[in-house]
Design a protein around this ligand. Sequence first.
Ligand code: AMP
Ligand code: MG
Length: 693
Amino acid sequence: MFDRIAILDWSAAGTPKTGKDSIWLAIADGSGVRSENIPTRMQAEERLSALLAEGDRLLIGVDFSLSFPAAALERLGVDAAGLWRHLATNHTDTAKNLSNYRHVAAELNQRLEGDGPFWGNGAKADTPHLPRTKPASALPEWRACEEVAQANGLNPKSCWQLAGAGAVGAQSLTGMPMVYRLREQGATVWPFDPISRVTIAEVYPSILSAEVRAHLSRHPDMVLDQAQVELLAQALWVLNAGGTLPPLFDVEPTKEGHILGLNHELALRAAEPSAILPPRLRNDCFAMPQGVNWVPVDAALDKLKQALHPIKGVETINSHKAQGCILAADAVARRSNPPRPNSAVDGYGFAHEATSDGPQKLPLLQGRAAAGQPFDGAVPHGAAVRILTGAILPDGVDTVVLEEDCALDGASVIFDGPVKPRANTRKAGEDVESGQTAIRAGHVLRAPDIALLSALGIADVQVYEPLRVGVLSTGDELIARPDMDALPHQIFDANRPMLLSLLNGWGYAPVDLGHCEDDPKLIERTLDRANVDVILTSGGASAGDEDHVSHLLRTKGTLSSWRIALKPGRPLALAMWDGTPVFGLPGNPVAALVCALVFARPALSLMAGSGWAEPVGFTVPAAFEKHKKAGRREYLRARLNDQGKAEAFKSEGSGRISGLSWADGLVELPDEAAEITHGTPVRYIPYAMLGLR
Ligand code: AMP
Ligand code: MG
């Protein structure tokens, strides 16, 4: 039906504004969704005019009302189009967002009986004829569609309310004039006009409020308004692409207008989130500021952290099968653990109040309480019952005494008081209460997490689809497999099997893209056909004659060659290839591994949905000596000796693959100069902490 869907979150702010409660515009199409935060209404109107002129079939959803209750229109003697014209004529706005909407409202108030209907003034200065609080008005507060929204459990605000949390009145008064002008440029306004190439409709982003909450738990840095417009744009896009959008437009004509999606909430919610594409990475996301020469490691990491975000869709899977998956929405307990108060030991249960100091003798009831076999009936005050570990405390029991501390005489149980109230019992929900968040989005699920999900009655979880990472080796000298014959000038490809196994250990879906000779055409074809989320290449990444990867990425993709102050490591080539991020690692296996561990690991973790992964290291005494110059961070192949001190590999030569295998971790030396002698504290990062298995 449409080529693109734009959703606008409007704002009546009195100054240019970005962030929360400002103007957000999300645009969804076949390639995903992206959003823009636009500081002023004038800029937003220019943006929409430009979109309208682009020639695509476009649906523009706006989050303000496009009409008033019918009785008010009748009193004013206009229809909706007449209202837009009136507002376009009387409303003024500036490039600084200075709108006269309060005066426009006050003028309308004077033409309508009573003190209102418009009310609410967020400004210091009074506006005559605009009451600050809600006046009694003879006019209805709601349009029919808003009454439907309320009946459907939504919470619309009245178009008469100009100020206060979530008020839409001011947004309508500032937005309808723009709608009038866009209509003059050829747009039509549903349901007042027929649907056309560019159709404007009123929408209600809160229809997806539960989905928005889940989305925000996955993207804690995202602004609410942004999440709302992106999700609604995506959901409408999914219906559009699946051919199920037309029924949403099928309503009775009315001058009050309608909210698109009303009575189709389930369809919209079902369209979100599994079928939707996550936001795309920007093509210029790896761009380094001009003139930057050597980038310190931390600056490069910061830049990556900013540039990237989760790029995978979400799927729902059975929690028993979720090992290794990344949780995409907080897992909320469906049941408390334990669900009911129970006994922590095998013993005898009774009411604490019936006991005192000194020897106790309580008559023992027939029967017992066991796990899975609750005691049938209540325990009278002053009596005791046999109870086993995990059994629900019967009514009348709040305390349990350990069987080892009791004697039995056939009819009674005998023990020494005093006993602590609630001794040896577990409270309901003492571990996790129903409704509590048990595991946060972004967590990688392991065996203990699966135990917790099960205990809390969580059968299904939302997880990110696995990140598919392609690995490509380049170089004329390489031969693909060690079982092939090698000529003297040839070497076996070491990087590709290393990187594939690294990715496997990190829990991603590795995709072997094979090996390419240094032939730009061949490399280009391989990149084009990769069909993966991220590509790691090795070799040919610097700027020399034979460095075909960086040349290709520069000419046909968007390459940013980062000269990172790092040893071992040469420039890291970061690029977008037709929307897919490419990490061009050095060819040298030692440098390739270090760059993969330092840069690719946290970046992939972020893109996969588990957040930026900081390496965890600890400080140990050095068992080596080294004079380190200032200017570059250095990673040494290292391992702990039997005294817990870090030994470094005997050679720093970056072609020495044996050192990688000899090592159990890396020693990280700071950017600054350092004089290391035996016993100097150094930072050691075990391979295990870098996800090497
Ligand atoms: P390059 O980055 O292409 O200039 O390669 C730097 C060094 O790493 C050269 O000695 C290459 O032969 C070597 N090299 C490149 N790729 C690999 C690979 N996949 N396996 C082993 N060594 C490689
Ligand atoms: Mg090469």
